[in-house]
Design a protein. Structure first.
Length: 315
C-alpha cells in the first residue's frame, strides 16, 4: 500500500510539473504566430452603392467595438468583454498608413477578416470575430467603406494601448482556436426571394446573431454555426452598461423559455424599437437594429422559427 501511495505521489508530481511547464510556455509565448499566408490579389471597386452597403454592415459589425467618442474607428477598450478575457483593446482601422490599415491591400483586409490571420502571420485572438461565410459582395462592400472618405475611417494617428490577453485567451488560441480556412471558391449573395435562406444568411453568416445567443463564446463554431453549443438557446455571458455580467436570452422557438409565443410583429417591434413583447426594454449590449429593413427582420424571424427549440430559462 505504501509503495502504491509513493508511486501515485510521483505520478501526480510529474503531472503537476508537466502542467506547470505547459502553462509557463503558453504564458510566455502568448498568441501563436503562423507562416506568412498567401494573400490573394484582390482589388475592390469602390462605388457609392458598395460604400453605402458597407457602411450599413459596419454599423452593426464594426463600429460598436472600434469607434471612439468621436465616432472615429480608432479602437478603444472593450469593456463589453467578460473580465476572463483580460484587458483588451480594439485596433485603429482608419486609413492612417502607420497606426491604421492604410498600407494594407484589399486582399490583406479580406484575408484577415475571413481567417483572422495578418500578412505577417500574427493571429487575431477569439474575441475578434471572423467572417468566413460572408458573401464576396458583402465583404468587398466593407472594404469599400473602409477605403471611403467617410468621417469614421479618415486617417487618424490616435491608437489605444496594446491589449493584455489573459492566460485563458492564450490557452484557447494555442489549443482550441486557429486561423480559419480561406474560401476556395466565390461565395455568392443569398437568394433574397427565399425567406429562410436569406434569414439564415443574415442570422448566421452576416450579422452573427448566434455568437451572443449560444451557450458560450468559447464553444461557438464560425464555420458551422449550427454546431455551436446551445445554438440560439442563450445563456452566454455578456456585460451590461454597469459592467455587470448578464446572460443572453433564449431566442429559439421554445414557447416557455424562448420566443416561440412571439408573433412576427412582436419580433419586429423588439428589434426596431428595443422593447420586448412584455414592454420591457432590451438589455445592453442588445441594441435596436434600426438599419435593418422589415424584409430582413421578417427573414430572420422566419429562420429562427426553424431552429430547434431549446428549453433554457435565462433570468
Amino acid at each position: 500500500m505504501k509503495k502504491f501511495v509513493s508511486i501515485l505521489g510521483w505520478v501526480l508530481l510529474i503531472i503537476i510539473i508537466v502542467l506547470g511547464i505547459g502553462a509557463t510556455y503558453i504564458h510566455f509565448t502568448g498568441i501563436p504566430t503562423y507562416d506568412h499566408p498567401q494573400i490573394p490579389d484582390v482589388k475592390v471597386e469602390i462605388t457609392p452603392q458598395k460604400v453605402e452597403k458597407g457602411q450599413k454592415i459596419a454599423s452593426m459589425l464594426c463600429m460598436h467595438c472600434h469607434s471612439n467618442n468621436d465616432n472615429r474607428m480608432t479602437g478603444r477598450k472593450l469593456t463589453d468583454l467578460p473580465s476572463e478575457f483580460g484587458d483588451i483593446y480594439s485596433m485603429n482601422i482608419t486609413s492612417d498608413e502607420e497606426k491604421g490599415i492604410g498600407k494594407w491591400t484589399d486582399g490583406e483586409v479580406i484575408y484577415f477578416l475571413r481567417t483572422g490571420l495578418r500578412k505577417n502571420g500574427t493571429y487575431s485572438p477569439p474575441y475578434m470575430p471572423k467572417f468566413p461565410l460572408l458573401s464576396d459582395d458583402d465583404m468587398q462592400s466593407i472594404v469599400a467603406w473602409l477605403r471611403s472618405e467617410e468621417h469614421a475611417v479618415k486617417a487618424t494617428r490616435e491608437e489605444p494601448p496594446i491589449s493584455d490577453p489573459s492566460f485563458l485567451v492564450k490557452l484557447l488560441s494555442q489549443v482550441a482556436f486557429s486561423p480559419l480556412p480561406y474560401p476556395d471558391k466565390v461565395i455568392e449573395n443569398p437568394d433574397t426571394t427565399n425567406q429562410l435562406v436569406w434569414g439564415k444568411y443574415l442570422s448566421n453568416k452576416l450579422y452573427g446573431c448566434f455568437q451572443c445567443h449560444c451557450a458560450d463564446f468559447k464553444t461557438n463554431n464560425d464555420l458551422e454555426p449550427e454546431k455551436s453549443a446551445g445554438f440560439y438557446g442563450g445563456g452566454n455571458t455578456l456585460i451590461n452598461l454597469m459592467g455587470s455580467e448578464i446572460k443572453s436570452l433564449n431566442i429559439t422557438s421554445d414557447t416557455e423559455t424562448g420566443i416561440g409565443s412571439w408573433t412576427e410583429e412582436d419580433f419586429l417591434t423588439a428589434l426596431k424599437t428595443g422593447k420586448r413583447k412584455n414592454g420591457e426594454q432590451l438589455r445592453y449590449p442588445m441594441l435596436p437594429y434600426t438599419r435593418l429593413t422589415d424584409g430582413e427582420l421578417k427573414a430572420i424571424y422566419a429562420y429562427l422559427r426553424t431552429v430547434p427549440a431549446i428549453k433554457n430559462a435565462v433570468q
